[in-house]
Design a protein around this ligand. Structure first.
Ligand code: G4P
Length: 528
């Protein structure tokens, strides 16, 4: 356990939310507290307001192809925090799901006015699959929102997670007076349009203290007392181990735009959230405290600037120490590779680093050696598991419009799908290529990039499928028979796994019922 001190200093997490709930605003406030930025407005929103490729490209360009903001590392009260950015647009949800494999916990932002929204549900599903510890931040309390008890119920029921309020609001909207921190026993007072300072926080150990009536008025003080006693009765003492196991999510209320309740959230985050955790592999589990280096690629980012065709592969260090210029084993390619310019993302700039530890994310220049899920080790021959691909939602046929560029098209499709931009399927009975994506915007991006970067011109034709299921069977003959009968619906993915494309839920359920010897999986593990 040579690197214990380094690992104990680190926390790696992501902020997730439905678009517009306040992720960018909260990120910015965190960075301000960490001194990583000096002024509000420095974090560019990665929102794509209009549904247009040009918009996406422009935003990507402005953000320096997102690399600078993909990981934001900063120090706060002696803790080294790696905050991983996730795309705001739902069409890029798959990217977010993969980023979640590289963090040890998440902060989920919920809009206090709108409550649980579609993206929130899906993101939480991924967190639940991995038992990721979650802290919930209910934002926009300065606006007239739902009753907090109703909100808690809604989140618990819809997201299938049990909550534990650690702070409690006093009203919302124009009557919002602040939050009572049930953990620290302090009252944080809210003054609209005013910067919140430390003196707005008043210690109130005992809610029967008459000071509470003076500060928030008799009626609201009485309501808070009633609410707090109800919460105490229902939720009892907060148990950190249940949070760390992903079974209980502490809840905070605040207003990111007003920087209200954000410091309390961050202070609690550094106190309770997990340090870098180990990961399961195809062999035994790797612990963060293991001495030997290991890590995996969870994201690949292409440079959209045609003058620089390089890509950056994002490596999550899982154990040991990563060192510049040292040879590591690239398991899939079975070769040793080293990196002379690995990036870290401390503060505002990307910096070449000499070393990194478990929990850190390192940017590696890549000329096509990496794909998502690749593992680097200091000798071992294993892969990290739990890096799934989910079913795309839109499927389209690739039509090559320029047969002279067939080779370029093939290369482009392979490289873009290695980056995880989309999934590529090939039909059993020939060379028909099918692309599956989560959103329409990705097709526009792929078409644009194939032309700009590979000179290949394609057209996409919609296909009537709604879901992909990965198939396995103990009896291989059964699977072969199924694919023979269902040639129009069966394809193989890039790793050679058989995939069934279903036209509708009815078809899917019928096939599942008719083929008890075949297992239908709704996600595919890159490595099992
Ligand atoms: P996102 O990254 O989750 O998509 O959300 P973002 O932070 O961009 O916030 C979405 C909108 O909500 C922004 O307004 C932002 O100013 C606002 N917002 C964030 N936190 C709060 C809050 O605590 N209270 C209130 N009332 N609003 C909040 P916008 O008009 O879409 O953009 P902008 O022009 O203000 O940047």
């Amino acid at each position: 356990m040579k690197f214990e001190n380094e690992i104990k200093k680190r926390k790696t997490f992501a902020i997730i939310s439905h678009p517009d709930a306040g992720k960018t605003t909260l990120t910015e406030k965190f960075l301000l507290f960490g001194g990583a930025i000096q002024t509000a407005g420095a974090v560019k929103s990665n929102k794509i307001k209009k549904h247009a490729t040009s918009d996406f490209m422009e935003i990507e360009r402005q953000r320096g192809i997102s690399v600078a903001t993909s990981v934001m590392s900063f120090e706060y009260k002696g803790t080294l925090i790696n905050l991983l950015d996730t795309p705001g647009h739902k069409d890029f949800a798959e990217d977010t799901y993969r980023t979640l494999t590289a963090v040890d916990s998440v902060v989920l932002v919920v809009d206090g006015v709108k409550g649980v929204e579609e993206q929130t549900r899906r993101l939480m599903e991924v967190c639940r699959m991995r038992d990721t510890p979650v802290i919930v931040f209910i934002n926009k309390m300065d606006r007239d929102g739902k009753n907090p008890f109703d909100l808690i119920d809604e989140i618990e029921n819809e997201l299938k997670i049990s909550l534990h309020p650690l702070s409690w609001p006093i009203n919302s909207g124009k009557d919002f007076k602040g939050v009572y921190n049930l953990y620290d026993k302090s009252l944080l007072l809210f003054y609209p349009n005013q910067k919140c300072t430390d003196s707005d926080s008043v210690e109130i150990d005992d809610l029967s203290d008459p000071a509470l009536d003076r500060l928030v008025g008799g009626k609201d003080a009485a309501q808070l007392r009633e609410d707090a006693s109800l919460i105490d009765g229902v939720y009892g003492h907060f148990e950190n181990p249940a949070y760390l196991r992903g079974q209980k999510a502490p809840v905070f209320f605040g207003s990111a735009i007003n920087n209200f309740g954000v410091k309390e959230l961050l202070d609690t985050f550094i106190r309770i959230s997990p340090n870098p955790q180990g990961r399961d592999t195809t062999e035994s589990r790797v612990e963060a405290l293991d001495d030997k280096f290991s890590g995996f690629i969870f994201k690949i980012h292409a440079n959209l600037d045609p003058k620089h065709r390089d890509r950056i592969a994002f490596l999550r260090v899982c154990s040991g120490r990563f060192e510049r210029n040292k040879f590591y084993h690239h398991v899939r390619l079975d070769k040793d590779v080293r990196f002379s310019n690995p990036y870290s993302f401390l503060a505002r700039d990307k910096d070449v680093i000499d070393e990194a530890y478990a929990g850190d994310v390192v940017g590696l220049f890549d000329t096509g050696n990496f794909k998502i899920g690749d593992t680097l080790t200091e000798g071992g021959d294993f892969y990290f598991t739990g890096i799934p691909s989910f079913s795309p939602e839109i499927f389209k046929d690739v039509v090559n419009k320029d047969p002279m560029k067939t080779k370029q098209l093939e290369k482009g499709l392979n490289q873009l799908t290695d980056e995880g931009v989309a999934q590529l399927f090939t039909q059993h009975n020939g060379n028909r290529k099918i692309i599956g994506c989560v959103g329409d915007l990705q097709f526009e991006v792929i078409q644009y990039r194939l032309l700009k970067e590979y000179g290949a011109s394609v057209q996409f034709n919609s296909l009537p499928f709604y879901k992909a299921c990965w198939l396995t069977a103990e009896n291989k003959a059964k699977l072969d028979e199924f694919t023979r009968f269902k040639t129009g619906n069966t394809v193989v993915d890039k790793d050679g796994h058989v995939v069934y494309l279903a036209q509708s839920e009815w078809f899917l359920n019928t096939e599942i019922a008719n083929n008890p010897d075949i297992k239908f999986h709704f996600s595919s593990e890159i490595h099992k």
